[in-house]
Structure formats: C-alpha cells, structure tokens
Design a protein around this ligand. Structure first.
Ligand code: ZN
Length: 413
C-alpha cells in the first residue's frame, strides 16, 4: 500500500517539478560570479525524494569565465529546488539528518527503510548528516555575528539567566589525537574534549523556596573547539536567550579554570557558582587521601567539612585541609592541590548565601546535557570520530534538543 501510494506520489511530483521550463531563463543568464553564462542544453537529474526517485529536466548553462577561465556549470533549477551538488531533495535530507543525529548511521539507514520506505546506503546517511550539520553550524555563525553585534533584541525576558558549561571527551580517530597528551595508560589521548554550554532561565520557586527551572527553557550549544572559539559561542547563545535583559546572570561549572576565565571575559558581573556536588567530591577525595577509604575518622572529618561548606564557611574547610599532612610526598602534594582548589574557588562556594537567595547550586543540567547531547550519540562502543564529523552531529543534536530543529528548515529571509 505504502509502495503504491509512493509511486503515485512520485509520478505527480515528477510532473509538478517538470511543469516549468526547467529553469530556462533565456540564452544568457548571470552566473552569480559577475559574468554571463551561456545556455547549453537540458540535462536530466535523478532526484531522491521521500516519495521515491524522480527525474528532473533542468536547463544547463555554462560560464566560461568562472573558476579563472576553467569554466563552471550553472543550473538555476537546482538552486531553485535546493539540490545543488546533491541528489537528495531537501525533505529527504531533513529526514536523513534527523535520524542520523539520533542514532548510529547504519541504524538510521535501517529505520529510514522501515519507517519511511526510503532506501539509501549508510554512507549517504552519514554524508547528508554531516552536510546538514555543517549547514547548521554555518547558520549558528551567521546568527552569532548578528547577536554579538547587539542587533537583535530577544523576546524572552527572564529574571534569572543561568549559563552552565562543562567538557566531555569524545572518542576520536588517531589522526585527531596525534601528539596530544591523554589519560590512557600509554599517556596518549584517545579522545578530544567537546565543550558544552547550556542556558536556562528561572523565574519561580517551589513552596519551600527552592528554585524551579522554567519549563522547556534549556538550550544547548557545543563543539570540539578551543576555549577561544567556545567563548563567543556560549556568549551568543546567552544573548539570544536574553542575557542583556536578565536581572541576574549566574554561571555554573565545576572547578575547571577555563569556565571561570570565560565567565570573567563574557559575563562580567555574573555570579559564579561551583557545582556543590563537585565541591563535595573534592572533600571526599581529601578524606580518602588523608584517612584511607574506609576510616571512620575520615568519614567524620568529611561530614564536618560538608557541614562547614553548607554553612558557607569555606575558610574553615581550607584551614582544615591545610592542617592535614602525609609522609608520602605524592599524597602531600595532592592535599596541597585540594586546598588550593577550595582557595581558588572560595567565592564561588558561598552556598549558604546562594541558597538564601534561591539560586541553583548544582550544575546537573549541563552534566545531564553532556550525556544526552554528546554521550548518547557520540560515545557508543566502537565509535571513533573525526572532529568534523563529531561537530556536525553535535550541531544537529544541539538544534534538536534545544527545540530549534525547525529553524534550520525555514527558507532564508
Ligand atoms: Zn562566472
């Protein structure tokens, strides 16, 4: 039944697509590069659509002056149909990229066949997903220029805007990790770090005064890229979400210095909060280092420090760590680093103050984001990514999970 309907559909579609003059616009047309292209003949193209394969007849022009005199073909009909350099219709590409963003390319191929009756090779799903991901990133960059230039006033107005950032490893092919130090046994990197940022807003509290994240207010941006490149990315997203109209801006992160450097550079005046659970993990680590992992004295020590932390007394925590010592020089060094961690971040750990104001003190949203945006699709067993491939899929997933998929398919204004 489905096959028969698709066949009828594709016949009608083929007639429709060929009902004009194949994009013929006279003997000569502008080539787009400032020259004139000459009509040559009509050429057929087989286009794969959701309704099946159709043949489209297109006027073919040639510009002799393009590509430094080497010549270039110009096909207005392909531009009109948005199929330049591809044999997949836009609807088909949308479907392939959506499925490719959500599951491994071969599983995507199987689902396309099963659910949509669309039969394509796995490699085509991969290529189209990458191309659409690259287009999504190009759209991000264009949007960023406008946002950072302050030319757009966001519609949303939030009392509190949260920006949370984190990094997560993506398994990479060997050529992408060459010469990079890593945590593997041989000291070589097996992964590349993807940076993920999420922005959400908060306007209300529950009956006990705990903050409630605004429903459907979380959006994501991310890529495998340097801190310098990630800064404008997260800043543009925050701007899009109402950064300049928010009364309070809060940056949440673990202790990673790059997060706080970006916060200083891009969100001046923001409140910095180190994720409470990371701070607690550090306390637990100190307990293990100084007392061993099963010691009762160690447990008591950690519990006391946790209370101090909750009570906003970071100075007491730092002082307590500094009094610990070990004859093992390595352990001693670790203890000093832990004390420094609390020292460096002490203003970001005023949990009593933060709680009294009803701020979120956990970065669970971005950690969950690392799992859903990156982990679920890019960190499955046996996967090895190129940076280009990974970034394309991350761009698609950020769009999907930020409820911005539709934006990608609106005709350009
Ligand atoms: Zn030309």
């Amino acid at each position: 039944m489905r096959a028969a309907m698709q066949q009828v559909g594709s016949v009608l579609l083929e007639q429709l697509l060929n009902s004009d003059h194949g994009g013929h616009g006279g003997q000569r047309i502008a080539c787009g590069g400032g020259h004139q292209a000459e009509f040559v003949d009509y050429r057929a193209k087989h286009l794969q659509t959701i309704l099946g394969e159709v043949e489209v007849r297109r006027a073919y022009y040639h510009c002799a002056q393009c590509r430094e005199g080497g010549g270039r073909g110009v096909i207005p009909k392909d531009q009109e149909l948005d199929v330049v350099g591809t044999s997949f219709s836009p609807g088909m590409r949308r479907l392939m990229a959506r499925v490719g963003a959500q599951e491994p390319f071969d599983a995507a191929r199987q689902d396309l066949a099963e659910l949509a009756g669309v039969v394509v090779p796995t490699k085509a799903v991969e290529r189209v997903s990458e191309a659409v991901g690259a287009a999504a990133e190009a759209a991000n960059q264009a949007e960023r220029r406008v946002l950072l230039a302050g030319e757009v006033v966001p519609i949303a107005e939030a009392a509190r805007l949260y920006v949370a950032m984190d990094g997560t490893g993506v398994p990479a092919v060997p050529r992408e990790t060459e010469g990079r130090a890593g945590k593997a046994a041989d000291g070589k990197a097996k992964t590349r770090e993807a940076k993920l940022g999420c922005v959400f807003t908060q306007t209300s509290f529950d009956a006990e005064g705990w903050p409630i994240r605004d429903p459907a207010s979380t959006s994501y941006v991310g890529a495998i890229e340097t801190v310098e490149d990630f800064g404008p990315r997260i800043c543009a997203e925050a701007a899009r979400r109402g950064l300049h109209r928010a009364r309070t801006v809060i940056v949440l992160g673990d202790g990673a210095p790059w997060i706080w450097n970006l916060a200083e550079a891009y969100f001046p005046g923001a409140i910095h909060i180190v994720d409470l659970y990371h701070a607690r993990e550090h306390l637990a680590a100190v307990g293990r280092l100084a007392f061993g992992s099963t010691s009762e004295a160690g447990k008591t020590w950690v519990a006391t420090r946790r209370d101090e932390l909750d009570d906003g007394d970071v100075e007491a925590v730092i002082a307590a760590i500094r009094t610990l010592s070990s004859s093992d020089l390595k352990v001693q060094d670790e203890l000093r680093k832990e004390a420094d961690y609390f020292e460096t971040n002490k203003l970001r750990m005023c949990y009593k103050y933060f709680r009294a104001r009803g701020f979120f003190v956990g970065s669970g949203v971005v950690e969950a984001g690392c799992k859903t945006v990156i982990g679920q699709r890019l960190k499955q067993s046996g996967m090895r990514w190129s940076v280009t491939g990974a970034n394309a899929v991350i761009a698609l997933r950020c769009r999907l999970l930020s409820q911005r998929w539709e934006d990608l398919w609106r005709p350009a204004a």
